[in-house]
Each structure stands twice: as C-alpha cells, then as structure tokens.
Design a protein around this ligand. Structure first.
Ligand code: FUL
Length: 422
C-alpha cells in the first residue's frame, strides 16, 4: 500500500511549489497504526510512505533542511511521521518502504549538480539508517528545470547508497534495478508481461518515450535482467487526499479489477490510499479495502478445480474436476522461481459427445493468453466445465505450470469494465 501524505494534503494540490509554509502541516489525529492495521487486514505486505514529495517538505526532522515537520505545529514540532509509520508497520507485522523524491522544489541547491546530490544522499542516509529495516525504496524520475539549470541525478550513487545501507531493500524505479515501473498509472500491466527486460531500453528513470513505456509494460523474453513490474495506482483520482474526491473512491469491485489487471498479469500492485487532513484514512477508503479483501477471498479463495485429476493428451494437460463446475475466471501460475518461460497458451473445454465437431473434436476453445508468470488471470463468459485442457504453444524454456484454477466471479458489470483493458 502506497501512502501519500504531505503539504499537498493541506493545500489541495498534487504537486507543491516548495514554497508552502510548514505552519499548515497539522494532521492532528494522525494514527499510523490505523494505516498499517488497515493495510495488514486487507492483505497488503508493505506500506510505502512519501517521506518527501516534489515540494521538498520532509515528514521527518531531517538535519539537512529546515523545511520539515520540526517547523510545523504538528506534535508541537517534535513529531516524526516516518518514525510513527515505521513503528506502526513493525507493530502490525508488515514491511515498511520509503519514497523520497529526488525532485525537490524547495532545496536551494536543486539544479546545481553535485551540491544537491550531496544533500539528497544525506537525506537518504538519514532515512535508511534511522528507521530500522526498509523493505522497498521507491524512486520516481521526475526532474525540474530551475534558474540554476536542470538537475541530473547520480543514479549510480543513489542506488549504491541504498545497497550499502539497506542491502535487502528492493529498489523500484523505471530503470529498476530490482523492480520496474509498469509504464502507466492506470493500474494495468501488459496482457503480455515478462519479468525480464532489456535494460538498454530503459537506461535511466524518468523516460517517457513510447519505446521505453512499451518495454516497461510488456518486458522482454530475451531480456538480460530479471526486473518484475510493479503497478502503482491510486484508490482516488489524485495521489493526495482531496475532500472533493471523497465521492470518487474506487469500490471493492473496482479494486479487484485492478488486482486482476496487475497481479493477475504477473505484476505487483502498489495501491495508494492517502490519509486526510486529520492524518487518518477515510472511512470510505477503509470500507473499500475491506470489501476488496472480502471479494478477493470469495472469488480467488475458492478453486473449483480442487480435487481434480490430471492426465495428458497429445502433449496437453487435461484437468478433470470431481464434478462439472460453472466458472468464468481462470488463474494460472508458473513455477516462477525456476524462471518465466511460457509465451503462448490456450485453454479448451470438453463438450458433450453429441455437440462434438464433425471431425469428432470435442475440445472447444475457451480462452488464450501469452505470458503466465507468477499469476495470470483471464475471464470469460460463465460456462459449464466437465474437463479443461491446457495447450502450451510456445515457450522460451521448459514450461513449468504450477497451477491452473477455475473460479466464479459473479459480478457482471465489473467484469465487463476490466475486460475493456485488454
Ligand atoms: C509520480 C509523482 O509525480 C506523483 O505525484 C506521484 O507521487 C506518483 C506516485 O509518482 O512520479
């Protein structure tokens, strides 16, 4: 779960100017335990906090600048949102991650090159040494023009600092090195989504040309590096809380659709849920997350193929459930620890003898796809299944399909909306 909180929460903006007065930051009822508990209860494994957004305001009392929570009225100037969030995650048993924007519209040295690099590295060092284990460090590539010039970030130094101070942290950016951006903020990974990628196609964060974006979305089966996609999207239209968006919170069904279009396409999902001016997640957002978790369990928690017998037919896998089932969703998983190899597959269902084709063929197409990866979800109109056949047509190595499951997702409207993503 992504948590965007900062000056913008109080100004109503999405990108601050860097000139905001710290006096306006006062989330009086801030309760990071509520964020972490909500995240944990809804099944999230990590909470990533915006320690600093583009406006440069630090949610921790950094020694590098006076533009921090220490200059705000919140907790009498002695508060530290990063600490409260890190401790809440530890208490609730989830991992903690940080977002510290390299683009800083407040720092006087921004645009000066090395001078700003040093400041940014000092801020990262504070965040990576003062708050226990950091599971993910999230970098966006936004760059601003200033009168001093255009800052170019020293990514080698930045990534090197994370490696040195938090060797187990996963580093996210457009250019990895561990996890890559999926190339859009709509919550949708490529229908074809390889975990591997050619690093030459996205050499640095912040590229937005079609060549890079296409590569981020789909990956590359011949890619030299393993850099799975992470899909970041907000539960609201904006990344920060705005009162006028309280009526536009995605509901549980819409969140399940995002899940199937991201996690169900071999990506991870980083869903943003922004606290309000009190420092709390809104009731609507919490209710949506609960309903999302419940629907996920209802739809994906039941495998209609449980207890099925497996056999082989002309090189394909035939799965026979103990009794016929009605399904409208299939999920497949590759044994991802052994790599990702499947590039094209088809699923077929068996029809009754009297419905067979003229040539006696009893297998009828159900659905098909390209990549599988750690999870691939595909929907189709509800159908009775007596037997299911999986044909793998193309692979880049041994096809190790670990599971095939059928589900019933009775939500017609959402299903149609999600299918339009294809
Ligand atoms: C982008 C930023 O510009 C947005 O404001 C937001 O933080 C998003 C997650 O990353 O790069």
């Amino acid at each position: 779960m992504f948590v965007h909180l900062g000056m913008n929460t109080f100004t109503g903006r999405e990108w601050g100017e860097g000139t905001e007065d710290p006096a306006i930051f006062d989330p009086q009822h801030l309760d990071a335990r509520q964020w972490a508990r909500t995240a944990h209860e809804a099944g999230f494994g990590t909470l990533v906090l915006t320690a600093k957004h583009h406006d440069g305001f630090c949610l921790w009392p950094s020694a590098t600048t006076s533009h921090t929570v220490a200059a705000s009225p919140w907790r009498g100037g002695s508060g530290d949102v990063v600490r409260e969030a890190a401790e809440a995650c530890a208490a609730e048993g989830i991992r903690f991650g940080i977002y510290c924007s390299p683009w800083d519209r407040n720092a006087p040295s921004y645009g000066s090159g090395r001078g700003y690099d040093d400041l940014y590295i000092a801020q990262l060092t504070e965040l990576l040494t003062g708050y226990g284990d950091v599971a993910e460090v999230w970098f966006d590539g936004a760059v601003g023009e200033t009168a001093r010039g255009r800052q170019s970030y020293d990514w080698d130094r930045i990534f090197g600092t994370v490696r040195a101070l938090q060797p187990d942290a996963v580093i996210f950016s457009d250019a990895g090195p561990d996890v890559r951006w999926v190339g859009n903020e709509d919550g949708v990974a490529g229908a074809t989504c390889w975990s591997s990628i050619d690093p030459a196609r996205v050499p640095t964060p912040g590229r937005s040309d079609p060549w890079s974006l296409d590569s981020l979305r789909s990956g590359d089966p011949d890619g030299q590096v393993w850099r799975p996609a992470e899909t970041d999207v907000s539960i609201r239209p904006g990344w920060f809380w705005h009162e006028h968006e309280n009526g536009s919170v995605l509901d549980g069904g819409a969140l399940l659709d995002l899940y199937l279009a991201s996690v169900g396409r071999n990506s991870k999902l980083l869903l943003n849920v922004p606290p309000n001016r009190d420092g709390l997640l809104e009731r609507t957002d919490v209710a949506a997350l609960r309903s999302f978790a419940r629907l996920r369990e209802e739809v994906l928690g039941t495998d209609l193929l449980a207890g099925a017998t497996i056999s082989e037919d002309r090189g394909a896998l035939v799965i026979t459930p103990p009794a016929p089932v009605v399904a409208d969703l299939v999920t497949l998983a590759e044994d991802i620890e052994q790599g990702q190899h499947v590039a094209a597959f088809r699923l077929q269902v068996e029809v009754a003898e009297d419905e067979a084709a003229a040539d006696g063929e009893r297998w009828r197409p159900l659905t098909s796809g390209t990549t599988i990866g750690h999870l691939r979800a595909l929907r189709f109109p509800p159908i009775g299944v007596r037997r299911l056949r999986l044909v793998v047509d193309l692979t880049y190595g041994p096809a190790r399909v670990r599971s095939v499951s059928l589900h019933r997702d009775a939500r017609g409207e959402h299903r149609r909306r999600a299918d339009s993503h294809d």
